[in-house]
Design a protein around this ligand. Structure first.
Ligand code: SF4
Length: 413
């Protein structure tokens, strides 16, 4: 029996939930369906002025890497983080009409859009000759670093089924000379150069693949992040600076080492799927090396190390609906996911939602996404849970990250 899904279109969802911010709803739908750039939009795009895409953890939805805008933002500052999609995914259009950049649906203009401004440091090189935009990217008010682009779960047959990180790395190495691992000295130079653009950046975020190597599992990952964060710390005159590390669920001792020895202020350990059975199916590497219940326990430990309002976890929502899911309907999945998020929040851990964007070089390339109504209720539910437990999401909000529709709501609800 196939899973029951909402069939409401955008206007019907908007009418059903009139209090939900329409621009955040539009963002959700663009993340679901993707976008494509019309020729007129590409003609209006100026790579000398606007930020070009290329350096990502994950690949694009149509498999092409370079030569297009990083993404867009909306007129209230809401960020859209979507990559170009193939036509069968029914993407929104980005076009140039009536003298401005616009978003279209089925040929109709639905909103205005804006390209991101290109960072000043993007075309510069380190003294070792490394292009700085391959070391640090901008989103657009946060500096984003991927120190380690290989995920060792892939070498163990345990890569997450929605993920294409290693296939994307191969493409980036071939097309834009991307390095698998960053030299800390190069990174220090790039961050130092980026910070010369006064007033633009509010935080630094690090993420990358998991590395289970070491005397104790994930010691290698821990030690490398310490080395990288210490290199970044040399750019600051204070010990702690606004920063977020998205890493594997490390042990409390490993987290304590990172906290004590670096300027890191917050940590995110993505559980990806808020249901143990679906987690085991979708994230076999995480299940084998750590396990669902232990992942949750380590999140609670992280709150003891980093403090309240400094720890969260991300989910790639929509993947829990992929067959053979145990859920019979979106309603049932929503109830379980929010119940788990509430349990995490009761222990001081926020949950943020990445809307799943199926990529061609992942196991789930052809699977069906969740409905707009599902994602709207999930975003509202996660923000309601934060309010209920009095949790702040400042370090991962619309300005710092911009990927999560639920944390966009923190400035509204
Ligand atoms: S842990 Fe999973 S989602 Fe993260 S990089 Fe590895 S395979 Fe991809």
């Amino acid at each position: 029996m196939s899973l029951q899904r909402s069939s409401l279109n955008f206007e019907e969802v908007r009418a059903k939930y009139p209090d939900f911010p329409p621009l955040v709803m539009l963002k959700i739908d663009i993340h679901r369906r993707g976008l494509f750039y019309a020729d007129a939009a590409l003609a209006a795009f100026n790579p000398a002025r606007h930020q070009t895409g290329g350096t990502h953890t994950f690949g694009t939805r149509d498999g092409k890497l370079t030569g297009r805008p990083e993404s867009i933002y909306l007129r209230d500052g809401t960020l859209v983080l979507a990559t170009p999609s193939p036509p069968e995914q029914s993407p929104y259009g980005i076009d140039f009409a009536e003298g401005k950049l616009v978003i279209t649906d089925q040929g109709e203009i639905v909103e205005e859009a804006f390209f991101w401004d290109k960072p000043d440091f993007y075309d510069k090189r380190t003294s070792n000759g490394v292009l700085m935009q391959n070391l640090v990217s901008a989103r657009p008010q946060r500096l984003f670093v991927i120190p380690q682009r290989f995920c060792y779960f892939w070498s163990d047959g345990g890569g997450c089924k929605f993920c294409d990180i290693v296939n994307n790395l191969k493409q980036q190495r071939a097309e834009i000379s991307m390095q698998t691992k960053i030299n800390p000295a190069d990174l220090r130079e790039a961050i130092s150069e980026a910070l010369k653009e006064k007033g633009r950046y509010t935080a630094i975020c690090l993420t990358g693949g998991s590395d289970f190597r070491g005397d104790d599992a994930f010691d290698k990952e821990t030690e490398y992040y310490i080395e990288i964060m210490q290199a970044i710390g040399e750019c600051f005159s204070v010990k702690k600076f606004p920063s977020q590390l998205i890493c594997t669920a490390l042990k409390k001792e490993q987290l304590q080492r990172i906290y004590d020895q670096t300027g890191l202020m917050s940590v995110t350990m993505d559980i990806e799927v808020l249901d143990e059975e679906q987690f085991n199916f979708i994230c076999p590497g995480k299940a084998k090396w750590i396990g669902y219940q232990e992942w949750k326990r380590r999140l609670y430990d992280a709150v003891e190390v980093f403090g309240e309002n400094r720890v969260n976890t991300g989910i790639v929502s929509g993947t829990e609906l992929v067959a053979p899911t145990r859920f019979k309907s979106e309603d049932e999945a929503l109830e379980i996911v929010l119940k788990e998020a509430d349990d995490l929040a009761a222990h001081g851990v926020s949950t943020v939602n990445m809307i799943w964007q199926p990529r061609p070089n992942s196991d789930f390339a052809k699977a069906q996404n969740g409905s707009l109504e599902y994602y709207v209720l999930l975003a509202k539910g996660l923000q309601d849970i934060r309010r209920k437990h009095n949790l702040s999401i400042d370090f991962d909000d619309y300005r710092r990250c911009g990927n999560h529709a639920d944390s966009d709501l923190a400035r509204v609800f």
